[in-house]
Every structure is written in C-alpha cells, then in structure tokens.
Design a binder for this molecule. Sequence first.
Ligand code: ARG
Length: 457
Amino acid sequence: MALWSGRFSEGTDSLVQQFTQSISYDKRLYPFDIQGSKAHAQMLAKQGIISQNDADEIIKGLDQILQDINDGNFEFDEALEDIHMNIEARLTERIGAPGAKLHTGRSRNDQVATDERLYLRFEADQTVELIRDMQRSLVSLADKYRALIMPGFTHLQHAQPVLFAHHLLAYVEMLERDIERFQDARKRLNRSPLGAGAIAGSTLPLDRNYTAKLLGFDDILHNSMDAVGDRDYIVEFLADLAIVAMHLSRLSEDIILWFSQEFGFIGLGDAFTTGSSLMPQKKNPDVAELTRGKTGRVYGHLIAMLTTLKGLPLTYNRDLQEDKEGLFDAIDTVKLSLATMSAMLGTLTANEKAMAKAAADPALEATDLAEWLVKQGVPFRDAHHQVGAFVGFCARNGIALNAASLEDMRKSIPAATEECLKLFNASSSVNARSLEGGTATVRVGEQIDRWKKALGL
Ligand code: ARG
C-alpha cells in the first residue's frame, strides 16, 4: 500500500504505477537519501520533536538498510514509487513505530532536492578528479615530446609551425576552466533545502541550520518555495558537463584526424582501437569517435532539462521527477569518456617524422617573412601584400617558397635580402614566438613545468 494511501479508496492503476515510478533509476541516490534522513532524525531529537531513543533506532535502522543495499540484499519495490518511500517503508518494517516518525516535518519535495544536492556535490568532486587525470595524461605527453614541431592549423589549413606540446597544453587550459566551473557550481548547489517541507516550511520547531551543518552544506536555502521548486543546479551541472563533453569532442576530432592515413601524425595502442568485421587492415579510433558522438547525447540532456523547466509554475510539479535520468546519463557518459580518453592518451605515440615533414612546408613561415619586413620598416599591410604576391608567384610556378631565388623574391618583395631565405625553418620560426603564451620551446617548457608541478607529476 502506498505511504500516501490515506485519502484514497482505490489502488493505483498498474499503468500509472509503471508510469510514475522513479525507483528504477533514482535508487542510485540511496546513500544520499540515507545520509539526509539520518541528519533529519538527529535534528528531530535535538529539537525534542522525537525522543533520542527513537532517533537512535532510526539511525541504526538506516545504517542497516545502507548495508543491505550495498550488499545487494535490498529488493526495490516499484509500488513504492521512489527511493525515498522504498527506504522509509523498509525502515518501518524493520524497526516499527519509530520508523513512522522519520518523515516528521519533511516532504519528499525537500527530501529529493536534498538528495540531489548531496549527490551532485559528490559527483562534482569525482568529475574534477577525472578531469585532473586527463590533464595529467596530456601534460605527460607534452613532456615526452617537448620539442616536437607540427603544423598548426586554422581552417584546417597549414597556418604556422607550433609545438605538439603547445597544442596539447591548449586542452589542459580548457580543462582547467572546466574544473573551475564544477567548483563554482558546487558552491551554489551546496545549500540545504531540508526544512522547506512541501512548499512553505513547517509548523514544527525544526532547526534547519543544524541539519545543514550535519550534512556539510555551506548554508540553508532561504526561501522554501525556491528550495523545492527550482532545478537550476541541475541545469548548471548539465551545462558544465556539456562544456567538458564539447572539449573532449574537439580533442577527439583532432585525434581522429591525426590518426588518419592522410595525416599519419600519431599511433594509438591496440587496446584502445578497434578493427573492422570486414576489412582486415582496419584499425579505427572508435574511442575518440564515440566520445565525439556521445557529446550529442549530453547536449540533449541539457536542452531537455531546460525545456522541462521553462513553463513550470511554482513550486513542485511532478514534471521535476524528469530531472534525473538525463542527469545520471550525462554524468555517466562524461565520466566514462574522461576515463577512457585519458587511458587512450597514455597509448598515444607521435609519429615524429610525419609531423616534421608536414611542418617543413615553407608556406608556414610566410607570416615570419611579413614580420621580418615590418622589422625593416615596411608597414604591415604592405608587407602582407608583398608576401602574398610572392606566395602567388610560387603557386603559379609550382615551386615551394624556399625554392624561389632571391631575385624572384625581390620581384614581389623589393626589400628582401639573403636573410629572408633563412626564415623558412620551422624550428627558428617556433622559437621566435617567445612571447608569453607563445609556442617557443622555452615558453612551452615553462608551461609544462608549471603544470607538472600543479598536477603533482
Ligand atoms: N520521486 C519524486 C521526484 O523525484 C520525489 C518527490 C515527489 N513529490 C511528490 N509530491 N510526489 O520528484
């Protein structure tokens, strides 16, 4: 019988039961539901609303249930709708009368919001740890290939030579902001809804600050209707996950390109690639492809949550139960993507020859030539135009920029000297970009060392 059956004379239709249940997925909240209930019971006793004896019984009973669920000895019942009622019903079954006092001054509305906030606080920390591991994988690779040069791309066209390490560290920076976002979201979600009741608070002398303190919340939510009615913390968490997924997806795309025969820039371990059932020669970067593919799913969950919330009148509506499946899936997806991608990066080897060969394209130094002219006093626009004309000349004659004679160069660039011919060198080009944040080996080396220190490598 449902815990709310008092005012009903008929049981729930089986379709409705199937339709409204959330136990099949919200059971993952059990450790947090139990943690919240224990704090609530302790507070009820401290306030003299229930006896200390009853509270002790409740807490003991809840600890046993926690153990049972951990051990797989708990049968979840769909008729009891959700995790809250499954645990409460079992508690009363187990300890009798005191169990029936646990829900005093509480509603599932403040209870579920409490569970979710405790759960997300935990998951924020977990996700941050996984992002840190990913940063470590990237920094280790950068460290291993400290001086390796590759072509940098804009528009997927050769742009300027850069260090492979510089490219990898760009992702480390992005991931650092991702971490900051989770830490920031954590601050906002770490507030206690407990005591908000169903909507308006309670006539009982609850001590909201006490339960908040017991649960490690930084503060209480100061408006009971806000506490039970909003799910912005879930939207924010999903948005933060979506941004990580987006970064992982871009890294995946780079890896997929680099691993293609056309680039041939990298190798990946056999354990992190898959074959084809038909084509014997294939070795596919499926981990990167799936990470890219799963990003769509994570974005979808964010939009679904925003859409569920947009027309809801205050405060709690059952629509809010739809906040969980997408959130859980997004968390599982991003965490598994992070772990798998980090491990895959550990097997990545750079094909130094292929990168060096691609980086030897002298067109990558066209900007260096224009900037050399600027140093001789030529206005940048004129320099750009002259070098552009020279590149056009070479293209029309089917020669590389470093194959033209000084005489030919002077037809487009009157101020050119022998020095210009020496600019077509990827290594000097890289090292000339020694501004902070630039790709010079010294600068990137400093960044690698800074990150190694920060990440305990
Ligand atoms: N399972 C519900 C949810 O996740 C718990 C809150 C139910 N509240 C209610 N008034 N039916 O939203």
